[in-house]
Design a protein around this ligand. Structure first.
Ligand code: NAD
Ligand code: 0WE
Length: 255
């Protein structure tokens, strides 16, 4: 008897077995959820398809979240195959490599636009498209980072995007509560994933987590998965609009 038996959901943002989305997917599947996955393009498809299949998934679709038509066709397909949807996991973010390297005041208009389009607007577009399928209510979850609330070195336009994402969570939650659709975010501590690779001072960031966080260690994909299970399941039936930190307590300390 799983906590998610009979529940169907779609996960955006699986890239490989280090993705936060993978930690979430495994937990949801272990509790009986039926999962659909999307991947960005053929490069990602090669990794995503076998992972998704290993969790018994049959719906594995391409979707560039910067394209309205892609989002639309994903939910048309889900509608035809499942006819309903219980949850959505949005685990997608992107900013141009340059924007995370240069000083923040160098951010280009196009770099700003792309970061907010892919990392923030996508949650609006996806939630809108999912709504008609969430007939018995539903739960939407996204991933954010402390850089939304504090100015952190190099996070730059992604911090601005995450601030907008957290606000988007509140506006969606306020509006969709009466339809029984909850919208929340997990603010995860730093985790070594594809999106974290190529960030020059990542080892330093890990060292700081180990030194300064109340639990003196970093978080794991599995720990984010467990919190996601809570927010996506009936356990969190009274929780919406929340930014829930899963960061070994780092956000609460000052020094
Ligand atoms: P990841 O690289 O495994 O996942 C990011 C995903 O975004 C990839 O699957 C990529 O294909 C997808 N993506 C990028 N542009 C896209 C587009 N246009 N259309 C569709 N998909 C697109 O890395 P991750 O660390 O698991 O990131 C997942 C989420 O977690 C992101 O929102 C990230 O900001 C957030 N997060 C990460 C950390 C961390 O330290 N790794 C901490 C807090 C929050
Ligand atoms: O949200 C993120 C990463 C998001 C991300 C990462 C990349 C790297 C590759 C978005 N876009 C890109 N574009 C690329 O070209 N995190 C929370 C992980 C992260 O990223 C940082 C961090 C941390 C932590 C960037 C600078 C400083 C710290």
């Amino acid at each position: 008897m799983g906590m998610m038996d009979g529940r169907k959901g779609i996960i955006f943002g699986l890239a490989n077995d280090r993705s936060i989305a993978w930690g979430i997917a495994r937990k949801l599947r272990a509790e009986g959820a039926e999962l659909a996955f999307t991947y960005l393009n053929e490069v990602f498809e090669k990794r995503v398809r076998p992972l998704a299949q290993s969790l018994g998934s049959e719906i594995i679709l391409g979707c560039d979240v910067a394209k309205d038509a892609d989002i639309e066709s994903v939910f048309t397909e889900i509608g035809e195959r499942w006819g309903k949807l219980d949850f959505v996991v949005h685990s997608v973010a992107y900013a141009g490599r340059e924007e995370l390297r240069q000083p923040f005041h160098h951010t280009s208009r196009e770099g700003f636009r792309v970061a907010l389009d892919v990392s923030v607007y996508s949650l609006v577009g996806i939630t809108h498209a999912a709504l008609p399928l969430m007939k018995d209510g539903g739960s939407v979850l996204t991933l954010t980072y402390l850089g939304a609330q504090r100015a952190l070195p190099n996070y730059n336009v992604m911090g601005v995007a995450k601030a907008a994402l957290e606000s988007t969570v509140r506006y969606l939650a306020a509006e969709l509560g009466e339809r029984g659709v909850r919208v929340n975010a997990i603010s995860a501590g730093p985790i070594r994933t594809l999106a974290a690779s190529g960030i020059s001072n990542f080892s330093e960031i890990f060292g700081i987590m180990e030194q300064r966080s109340p639990m003196h260690r970093s978080v794991t994909q599995e720990e984010v998965g467990k919190a996601a299970l809570y927010l996506l399941s009936d356990l969190a039936s009274g929780v919406t609009g929340e930014i829930h930190f899963v960061d070994t307590g780092y956000n609460i300390v000052g020094l």
